[in-house]
Design a binder for this molecule. Structure first.
Ligand code: GTP
Ligand code: MG
Length: 175
């Protein structure tokens, strides 16, 4: 029989990259076209059953990416064990900011394991960041994994969370 492991998870990335949308698709199977910037934070919960029968119970903290929420991010990132660093493949600035987000992750958490996600791949015509650039950055910053996702078309969303659950289990089980 498997065990249940609770894991606090956060998403970091510029405003409007699609953090809330990724969570909404993952947890509620829904997508909203309208942009409603997250003011403050919201918490979601979802469990994944792994192949080995262990269960990872994610407490997902969705914190607004706007500059003004820096203090809030610091407060609510504390204790996070896993993270998604998210950029928008149609927005170079969001990609260039990933190192800043990784820096915050290092400063606000104790070695949270993380993966890199390039979101909005359904907007192929507007793409500014190619997949190999994303892969190179992921390996450069030591991400546990890299995914190109779309919250709109539900592409690679489950896979990204599953990978993070795997990363988390490796850490807790090896301890
Ligand atoms: N085409 C497309 N649009 C997306 C995708 N993901 C999010 N969006 C849109 O991008 C906008 C911003 O999405 P949010 O999920 O609110 O972004 P956020 O990162 O949570 O932004 P903050 O809360 O301000 O930090 C919304 O209009 C979404 O509909 C995607 O995969 N494809
Ligand atoms: Mg949001």
């Amino acid at each position: 029989m498997g065990l249940t492991y609770r894991c606090k998870l956060i998403l970091f990335g510029n405003a409007a990259v699609g953090k809330t949308s990724i969570i909404d698709m993952y947890v509620n199977n829904k997508f909203e076209e309208e942009y409603i910037s997250t003011l403050g934070y919201n918490v979601f919960e979802k469990s994944i059953k792994m192949k080995d029968e262990n269960i990872v119970n994610f407490m997902i903290f969705d914190i607004g990416g706007q500059e003004q929420f820096e203090e809030l991010r610091k407060k609510y990132a504390a204790g996070a064990k896993a993270a998604l660093l998210v950029y928008d493949v149609t927005n170079r600035e969001s990609f260039e900011n990933i190192k800043k987000w990784q820096n915050d992750l290092i400063n606000f958490t104790e070695n949270a394991t993380f993966i890199l996600v390039g979101n909005k791949v359904d907007l192929e015509d507007a793409r500014q960041i190619q997949k190999d650039e994303g892969e190179a950055l992921a390996s450069d910053i030591g991400a546990y994994g890299f995914f190109e996702t779309s919250a709109k078309t539900n592409t690679e969303i489950d896979e990204a969370f599953h990978k993070l659950a795997q990363a988390y289990l490796e850490i807790v089980i090896s301890k």
